[in-house]
Design a protein around this ligand. Structure first.
Ligand code: GDP
Ligand code: MG
Length: 601
């Protein structure tokens, strides 16, 4: 396809504003997916995406579109649609997709208005110089307020409220008109067809049948099957086994030229060999400058993952190796815990990423896992100048500490103005520093804060939602590290520290953490044959204490001796229960205690 007939665009929106549903309508209207094979959120291919109704990996699909208003009648345009995930954990996926496009449909729910990720994604799109098409979605909803929000959107991006398109991804209303706007307003790609080939990798996915499938956008020149290609960052060369477009399945073709978006397969087995952000060129006639790369995804939250049954450890390693093939952001290394045995310390982009990885490990690889309380990454500087990066609280150094730094984020909160007071209170309680506040309209306000990541990742969003009756939205981005008065609190059972329960907290919150944890564990750990003290301590100083009184377990006494099968059943049940127990010194801790330790206050 010649560049003037290509339009590369993406849909950006706050989560749940209807990107995937709108993409479905576009697939149908352009005949790419026929009515009867249509299923909701067609591009969300992973089971977890479908169940949770969220988009995790970006997807690119080519839509043939015959315009009734542009070009000659019967000219078919190739619209490349790139669906993007909406959750903050996956912002890096969004930024990759944007770099492959010339235009973005900025989609806003007509019953909700602009939200925090609407802004975040809009700013990313503007940084990439994309043409923005403002669209209100869900106009079929009785609660839709198109007039009000068209004005809000026009005010935000500049322009006339009448230029804001109104569509419904559910009924299909306005979607053809939107495709016409894409053809008319998104600029066709520009590139040098005669220059050495340069293509940008914007995603790579591991497929168990095909190996790594790499999504590319060609900038200059052409890539053709069977030639040798060179990855500019690693200098590795590969044979191009297959190249083509996705519409909606992989269609191999004779190559991709300037401005085209598609996939290629080289036979590599690991997504890290086909690095997102890398530039692909022709090995025999290589380009000498790489395209501007992307930020590497950086793990922000760490947690220990342990098999419930120690003999599953090799299976866990294998499963992580397999997941890693498809998830460049996941990092892990072996670790041992006194309480939990052999496992892995894993790094994630955020809590949702953690949950998804854990769920995939349990579901796709049939593993039963314990995960320890997640924590952020701390930098500890010792008085002798030595520096430690701490990703596991139990490895917090014990010597003379000069300073501790923790990651902070710049948080943007959007909410109706009546909630300003309660939001400020919450942010203050979470050690936030206010950066600024703006009114988007009379009744909608944007607040900007610097807040420690550790205060945000766990339950901040829930707290924010419940204080604002669900009306506030949140987005944040890391902005570096900041010094803070942080200490390690240990939890001791019967005198033995339980490494899995150690936490790094602000000194002002250490006592509350210790009391809450000791109290919680007292409820969660069943009585043993002996008395068990639970202590919370900073170094050698005990700050909280609880006692679990002794009990004599005598389950069989209940059986009156008579019924043998009943007795056996009871014993078996008890044995099964044992499997879910972990020994800490002499104390048995049920798995539930570890899981409960995850849920913060
Ligand atoms: P995404 O997170 O932006 O991809 O949003 P989804 O496409 O998954 O949609 C979120 C929810 O909104 C789903 O329950 C959809 O059925 C619903 N939805 C999407 N578009 C419309 C629409 O135009 N009208 C109505 N009434 N509901 C919609
Ligand atoms: Mg989606």
């Amino acid at each position: 396809t010649p560049p003037e007939l290509i339009r590369n665009f993406c849909i950006i929106a706050h989560i749940d504003h209807g990107k995937s549903t709108l993409a479905d309508r576009m697939l149908q209207l352009t005949g790419v997916v026929e009515g009867r094979s249509m299923r909701a959120q067609y591009l969300d291919r992973m089971d977890i995406e479908r169940e949770r109704g969220i988009t995790i990996k970006s997807q690119a699909v080519r839509l043939p579109f015959t315009s009734r208003t542009q070009g000659h009648p019967d000219t078919t345009y190739a619209l490349n649609l790139i669906d993007t995930p909406g959750h903050v954990d996956f912002t890096y996926e969004v930024s990759r997709s944007l770099a492959a496009c010339e235009g973005a449909v900025l989609l806003v729910d007509a019953a909700q208005g602009i939200e925090a990720q609407t802004l975040a994604n809009l700013y990313l799109a503007l940084e990439n110089d994309l043409t923005i098409i403002p669209v209100l979605n869900k106009i079929d909803l009785p609660a839709a307020q198109p007039e009000k929000y068209a004005a809000e959107l026009a005010h935000l991006i500049g322009g006339d409220p009448d230029d804001v398109l109104r569509v419904s991804g559910k009924t299909g209303e306005g979607v053809l008109e939107l495709l016409e706007r894409v053809v008319a307003e998104v600029p066709p790609p520009v590139g040098d067809a005669d220059a050495p080939a340069r293509a940008m990798i914007f995603d790579s996915v591991y497929d168990s049948y095909r190996g790594v499938v790499t999504y590319v956008r060609v900038i200059d020149g052409k890539l053709t099957p069977r030639e040798r290609i060179l990855m500019l960052s690693t200098k590795a060369t590969h044979e191009l086994l297959e190249i083509g477009v996705i519409s909606p399945e992989m269609n191999p073709g004779a190559g991709l030229g300037v401005g085209e978006v598609g996939y290629l397969i080289t036979g590599v087995k690991d997504v890290r060999q086909s690095k997102v952000g890398d530039t692909i060129t022709d090995a025999h006639k290589p380009a000498d400058t790489a395209l501007a790369g992307y930020r590497e995804p950086k793990p922000m939250v760490f947690s220990g993952l342990y098999p419930l049954d120690g003999s599953d450890y090799p299976d866990l390693r294998e499963a992580l190796d397999k997941l890693k093939l498809n998830d460049a952001a996941l990092v892990y290394e072996p670790e041992t815990s006194g309480a939990l045995g052999f496992g892995f310390r894993c790094g994630f982009l955020g809590l949702l990423h953690l949950e998804i990885v854990r769920e995939r490990l349990e579901r796709e690889f049939n593993l039963d896992l314990i995960s320890t309380a997640p924590n952020v990454v701390y930098k500890v500087v010792m008085e002798d100048g030595a520096e430690h990066t701490v990703t596991n609280p139990s490895e917090f150094p014990t010597g003379k500490i000069a300073s501790v730094q923790e990651p902070v984020v710049r948080a943007t909160i959007l909410a109706p103005s009546e909630f300003v007071g309660t939001i400020m209170e919450l942010c203050q309680a979470r050690r936030g520093t206010m950066l600024g506040m703006d009114y988007l309209s009379e009744d909608r306000v944007e607040l900007r804060y610097t807040i420690p990541l550790a205060e945000i990742v766990f339950d901040f969003f829930d707290a924010l939602k419940s204080r604002t009756r669900g009306y506030a939205s949140l987005d944040y981005e890391p902005t570096g590290d900041q010094e803070a008065d942080l200490v390690k609190v240990d939890i001791l059972l019967h005198g033995d520290p339980v490494d899995a329960f150690s936490a790094i907290v602000h000194r002002d919150k250490a006592y509350a953490y210790g009391v809450a944890m000791a109290g919680k564990l007292k409820e969660l750990i069943p009585r043993q044959q002996f008395e068990v003290p639970i202590q919370a301590a900073i170094g050698a100083r005990v700050i909280a204490r609880e006692n679990i009184r002794a009990i004599r377990k005598d389950v069989l006494a209940k059986c009156y001796g008579g019924d043998i099968t009943r007795k056996r059943k009871l014993l078996e049940k008890q044995k099964e229960g044992k499997k879910r127990m972990k020994m800490v010194g002499r104390v048995e801790v049920p798995q539930e205690a570890f899981i409960a330790a995850l849920s913060s206050d």
